[in-house]
Design a protein around this ligand. Sequence first.
Ligand code: SF4
Length: 253
Amino acid sequence: MFWLTERFLSIQGEGRYAGVPSYFLRTGGCNLHCPGFGAEYEVDGEKRAGCDTWFAVDRAFADRWQAVESAEELLEEVDREFARLGYRPHVVITGGEPLIYATDPVFYGVIEGLVERQIVVTFETNGTVELDFENFPAYRHAVFALSVKLSNSGETAQRRMNAIALKKIAAESREYFLKFTLDRQMVESGRALEEIAGIRSILPEAEVFCMPVGESRATIWHNDRAVFDFCIRNNFRYSDRLHIRIFDMTQGV
Ligand code: SF4
């Protein structure tokens, strides 16, 4: 069994496949909290800080999540939706951290089913979970958008970095790239370049996408120019966050 917080058809807003029609499955729960990203929300009148997907991370919202207990049932529903649509979009498995369910039989059954259907599957992951590609070979067919967290996440290096997990994904998966969420201060202080260099020493071949921190248009506007200039200076790819630009703070788009 695994938790799903929402599923919806949209357009990938970030990274290498920005602009591609994609069907999102957002799982519930994460092995990190990332309080440094500064999104604020309330639980029973108490203010909390987290990332822009706090509603899929904080288990205080679990009563709104759906328990998926059958891979076949979920795949049948997806098949019906794609038949109505008339084409098969990419499927993006995001979270929270979807790979906390990597060995769950229902979760893996969904991935196997999607791979069998020759659908392009992308995991949006923080890259901290070590995958067992031998016993779970469907993961070899997936794209990994490695959103490795930097110090601006508010997490310790020990919690947010797992070199073995990253190297395994690089060695075994069909495709991977790095995606960083940066704020202006991180860029201007030089910390962004220093920390990204540290991660590239683990994954020297990885293409690097950088995008501005922000859970709303206003915060993206505050950070985008600095990230844009940073990418030009360092030959990184600039990634916008199309879904936030277009829909602002709305979920499920
Ligand atoms: S790893 Fe990602 S989903 Fe998890 S708390 Fe951090 S930013 Fe949010």
